[in-house]
Ligand binder design. Sequence first.
Ligand code: C5P
Length: 218
Amino acid sequence: IQVPVLAIDGPTASGKGTVASRVATRLGWHFLDSGSIYRLVSMQALTEGVPFDDAERLVVIARQLNVAFEGEEVRLHGEDVKEALRREEVGNGASKLAAIPAVREALLTRQKDFRQAPGLVADGRDMGTVVFPDAFLKIFLTASPEARAERRHKQLIDKGLSANLERLVLDLRERDARDMNRAVAPLKPSADAVLLDTTSMTADQAVEFVLDRLRERG
Ligand code: C5P
């Protein structure tokens, strides 16, 4: 029997990361934050000065990425980069290089390897459509751009970083357009996905919604 996968896809800052990791904890399942893998490639490209449209060199980085997820830590070539991965510059680069088919291809096995007993909660853009099309439950989680910008704004302020709300809304819209309009694995709900709009929901309510859908499927 195949190890069960719960796929949670959606746009940036929709809250899917928080929801997916809490659901994984509640179930005692493994957790894949696939965006962090694209972010790691972006970070390494920034370090090596590789442009985000240099497919050939980005594929080499993707293949050779020496990454380890240890509990809460993300280690890139031995160094904990969890905080640095969240930088807007790193996320924007990730969204650019994620449009390159060969880069996505190079990261496919790396993501599938997370499928281990007793189960996997996978968070991303194409978990239900491309990486785990046989997931037994697929959730597509959204929220309005304004709600998402406000959440991102609060996160940044809480961390003591500066942030401009209008700028964040513009960045989100730009990132959405890039993720939705790319030719390969565009951000879109799988035909069999359950839609969940969290604009006026708390993270806990969203977690309960997902767990309820899981119970329904037995
Ligand atoms: O989710 P997160 O913001 O960390 O992802 C960073 C970028 O990586 C996204 O904007 C998206 O372009 C890309 N990505 C992707 N496919 C995934 C996860 C992330 O294309 N499964």
